[in-house]
Ligand binder design. Structure first.
Ligand code: MN
Ligand code: MN
Length: 465
């Protein structure tokens, strides 16, 4: 029998070694991961916008014993409450055994995703074709969005106060909409544009009709016909678009990717792929040690600004009200709290290795990924979690047998990004990013690994426990 060399032994003791998660889990655990993702695919299918994610979640909460939070209420360990912020963001909490002054365990994910919003005067006709003008929401690579079937989701608030919910393009026989592109035969001039400039913001026009209203010699009869159809179906007029939020999102349904079905492709993984695990971890709780708070927020993709984003005071107000229920101060509760900012990270793409630094990137199937910091350039615009807090999270994950990895977002000075972490850090909470590695992030069709989704759920569950 061959003896290991001293170097081999020493290396085993001291050097860090990562392995593909599928080689580290039992068959039973692999099955659990595959099963968990069935529920996730249902969520992803039903909740393509922040409003739909809130509606879907409210349903689950009501069936799981959660009740609207009452700032004047009195609460016992195990009680389950939630706060609905304008139908676009949610906070839910399960009261823990320890006093809230010992701090909360918070998991915060976002439920908005990049998309094409309609402008306030969207409808126009050109050369007898009807279109909607759009304004993209979040960071998109504009060239990826033409020639993709799109659906329209959102609300229209009418002059008379009615709110009309619109969902077109999800049912089998629904129409879809599309942004067109040039044919290669005539694309020579356009092909000289840079990739960033290949499709411009004002070229993201949604094709929505081509048939005139009737045989009259009326101008813009195609546009009129669209207005006519919208009025017939929804009772809305052109002016009502001014007070509407209509979002064009990819119409495709999520599906398994690969012969081995190990991955999921779909629109809006960022960040429903962390929102769903955070939600499931909350629903699983009975009586946690610390009060566990799950935040599903809006507006992350445009910088968390706006009153439904985490740069608003809505989380702080909730914690202040919760603290008051127990006779303590919100700032003391927050200062003792810890948070996982549950957001996705960029997975290494072997086809495009250039922007990744191989020792410090996340890999598909290597588990939930911790980003100690995100930001850009010299760690600008990020919270950069402390060694102490990363150490604490690391122990929790290892003790629970969670498969995890650590990464930063690409090579130094190659770009960057941000999450809600810095807004939570601004409340004097210890916070670090943890989530799922994603291929083709922010594209109309993104890819994640089922094992990573499951491990993110297990990570948040261990953090809450
Ligand atoms: Mn995100
Ligand atoms: Mn994003």
């Amino acid at each position: 029998m061959e003896e290991k060399t001293a170097a081999a032994r020493r290396k085993e003791e001291l050097a860090f070694k990562a392995r593909n998660g599928w080689t580290r889990v039992s068959d039973e655990e692999a099955d659990r991961a595959m099963d968990f993702c069935k529920g996730y695919v249902d969520f992803l299918t039903a909740a393509k916008t922040e409003r739909e994610a809130v509606d879907y979640t409210l349903d689950l909460l009501e069936h799981s014993g959660f009740r609207p939070f009452d700032p004047n209420g009195s609460y016992q360990p195990g009680d389950r409450v939630y706060c609905n912020n304008r139908g676009k963001a949610l906070i839910m909490a399960v009261i823990g055994r320890r006093p809230v002054s010992d701090g909360l365990r918070i998991a915060a994910a976002h439920i908005d995703s990049p998309r094409l919003d309609l402008k306030q005067h969207p409808l126009y006709e050109s050369q007898e074709l009807a279109y909607f003008k759009t304004h993209y929401y979040g960071g998109i690579r504009k060239y990826q969005w033409p020639t993709v079937p799109l659906a329209l989701h959102g609300v229209v608030v009418c002059r008379d106060g009615r709110t009309v919910t619109v969902t077109v393009g999800e049912e089998e026989d629904d129409p879809r909409f599309v942004v067109t592109d040039l044919l290669p035969h005539l694309g020579q001039e356009q092909s000289k544009r840079s990739l960033a400039d290949g499709i411009r913001g004002e070229e993201l026009n949604l094709l929505i009709g081509s048939r005139p209203f009737n045989r009259d010699e009326e101008s813009e009869a195609v546009k009129l016909n669209v207005l006519h159809l919208l009025f017939e179906k929804y009772g809305i007029t052109e002016e009502d678009f001014i007070s509407a939020e209509l979002e064009a999102v990819p119409a495709a349904k999520p599906c398994d990717i690969g012969f081995d079905r190990s991955m999921i492709g779909g629109y809006g993984h960022d960040d429903r792929v962390c929102a769903y695990p955070a939600l499931m971890a909350a629903l699983d709780l009975r009586v946690p040690e610390h009060t566990a708070v799950t935040v599903l927020t809006d507006k992350e993709e445009i910088g968390s600004d706006g009153n439904t984003g985490l740069n608003s005071a809505y989380l702080r107000y909730f914690v202040e009200d919760l603290a008051a229920c127990f006779g303590c101060e919100g700032r003391h509760v927050l200062s003792a709290s810890q948070c996982l900012s549950a957001d996705v990270s960029a997975a290494f793409d072997p086809t495009f290795p250039e922007p990744f630094e191989k020792n410090n990137t996340s890999y598909l199937n290597y588990g939930a990924v911790i980003n100690k910091y995100t930001g850009a350039r010299g760690k600008s615009a990020t919270s950069d979690a402390s060694a102490e807090f990363v150490g604490a999270v690391r122990r929790i994950l290892d003790d629970a047998g969670v498969i995890w990895q650590t990464a930063e977002l690409g090579k130094v000075d190659f770009g960057g990004g941000g999450t809600v972490a810095k807004y939570i850090a601004a409340l004097n909470v210890d916070v670090v990013d943890l989530g799922v590695p994603v291929l083709a992030m922010h594209a109309p069709f993104e890819v994640v690994s089922k094992l990573d989704v499951y491990m993110t759920y297990r990570a948040i569950a261990a953090f809450f426990a």
